[in-house]
Design a binder for this molecule. Structure first.
Ligand code: SAJ
Length: 428
């Protein structure tokens, strides 16, 4: 007799997770407050971009293993995968998690397992979620089970990593961890590691913080190298030949709903102790300003037109949340530059400004500013660049464009110091 699972929140994590459970023999009811998402899913369509997800959702909806609705329902297991945005002061906004927990209260039965997949600050399960359930009279960990199982999947590889990644299962007690692990064993092929809820919460945050701090180091190297006239990209390439060194890639900043948010969930709980983590956030948040500083050296006249390539926070996805590209855009607009904005992955309805085609964006522009490493940008139509641009110049903050045409001037994080010498020439 197949078991029932109710997944609350059908976004970038909830929908792939719901589809994966449905494809592993569970009866899945997905819940979302967005009626358009619910309608689309029940037609076997998807409202977000992720590799392979459209096919899987179509399949499990047709099989009748997945349906979506606006309200939760009875189930053996509930998974909460709602957003945890940050407040103005960067502390975690747990409103969606609390609302989702309260929304399932009328449907909880003895023996049920409740799993929070949303990324949350340390002690949220113990101090925020469990009390909501206890208020209802439940003896959490005894007559119902509660665990935190952080998602760890990389956008663009979600369906693969849901199965292959090691899974951390943090229970409010051992019994809860075991019960939750049982649920994931239905499709997870990676190891399943059992621990406490607070260790699972902290491990998740540290994974993204580790990456954010390492990216900050690479970004700081770029600033140092620009100052000292060194090729930062060559330095990274050389240093990474060392068996114990893995310098990350510098860029225009760190975006997305994870690396740019999660470190703050640690800082809010231990501000005095989070010195390095705070500094890393500041360094990565400063990169959009650093990018515009360099751009202004290449195109000093702010009445000029800049072709901005890329809005998504990273390549080959449509997600613009916390994207550094959006910060660069705002700064350029404040500076007064005219902009032609081109991103083949982002839909016009996602933004409140005009998106252009490749040709429209580069026409009469004095620089193409590459802010996202989409595959489409790795080799550009150089003939059109030479013919349509006012000055065929590319400033590639993602160091991903291959340029062959000599008539095109190309800057990336390896030769920023050459911009300075260009300036000296211009003024001499
Ligand atoms: N970035 C750099 N340099 C790098 C790597 C990334 O500038 O060397 C930038 C990206 O361009 C992007 C941001 O960092 O703006 C984050 O991109 P990402 O690819 O590092 O990660 P996300 O946010 O798409 O997914 C991360 C992943 N976490 C880790 O790899 C530790 C993923 O596994 C998590 O599940 C996800 O956060 C999440 O949901 O927490």
């Amino acid at each position: 007799m197949s078991k029932n699972i109710c997944v609350v929140g059908l976004g970038y994590i909830g929908l792939p997770t719901a589809a994966m459970f449905a494809d592993s023999g569970w009866n899945v009811v997905g819940v979302d407050i967005n009626p358009i998402a619910v309608e689309k899913i029940n037609r076997g369509e998807i409202h977000i971009e992720e590799v392979g997800l459209a096919e899987l959702v179509e399949k499990v909806v047709q099989q009748g293993n997945l349906r979506a609705q606006l309200e939760p329902t009875y189930a053996d297991c509930f998974i909460i995968a709602v957003p945890t945005p940050h407040n103005e002061d960067h502390t975690a906004n747990l409103d969606y998690v609390i609302a989702a927990t309260k929304s399932i209260l009328p449907y909880i039965k003895e023996g049920n397992t409740i799993i929070v997949e949303s990324t949350i600050p340390p002690r949220t399960i113990d101090d925020v979620v469990a009390p909501v359930l206890r208020e209802q009279g439940w003896n959490v960990g005894e007559d119902i089970y509660l665990a935190h199982c952080p998602e760890r999947v990389l956008p663009g590889r979600i369906l693969i990593e849901l199965v292959e990644n090691t899974r951390i299962v943090g229970g409010i007690n051992e019994k809860s961890a075991e019960k939750a692990a049982e649920v994931y064993r239905s499709f997870v092929k990676g190891k399943i590691l059992l621990t406490s809820a607070v260790s699972a919460e902290m491990a998740k945050l540290m994974e993204n913080t580790y990456r954010d701090v390492n990216i900050a180091l690479a970004n700081e190297l770029v600033k140092i190298s620009e100052h000292l006239g060194i090729n930062a990209l060559e330095v990274i390439e050389l240093a990474n030949h060392h068996p114990r060194v893995n310098l990350h890639l510098p860029g225009p900043g760190v975006g997305g709903h994870c690396l740019a948010v999660d470190p703050y969930f640690i800082i809010e709980k231990a501000p005095e102790q989070s010195v390095l983590i705070s500094d890393a956030r500041q360094i990565n948040n400063s990169m959009p300003y650093f990018v515009v500083e360099q751009l202004k050296k290449i195109v000093p006249d702010n009445r000029s037109k800049i072709a901005v390539f890329g809005l998504a926070y990273k390549g080959n996805i449509d997600d613009i949340r916390e994207s550094p590209a959006m910060d660069v855009l705002n700064i350029l607009q404040q500076e007064g530059y005219r902009l032609g904005i081109y991103d083949p992955h982002v839909q016009q309805e996602q933004v409140n400004f005009k998106l252009s085609s490749f040709e429209e964006a580069i026409s009469d522009a004095e620089c193409i500013l590459v802010l996202t490493d989409h595959n489409e940008f790795k080799s550009l139509n150089e003939e059109q660049i030479v013919n349509l641009m006012k000055k065929p110049v590319i400033f590639d903050t993602r160091n991903c464009v291959k340029v062959h045409e000599d008539k095109i001037t190309y800057y990336n994080y390896g030769n920023l110091h050459e911009i300075k010498s260009l300036q000296t020439q211009t003024f001499n």
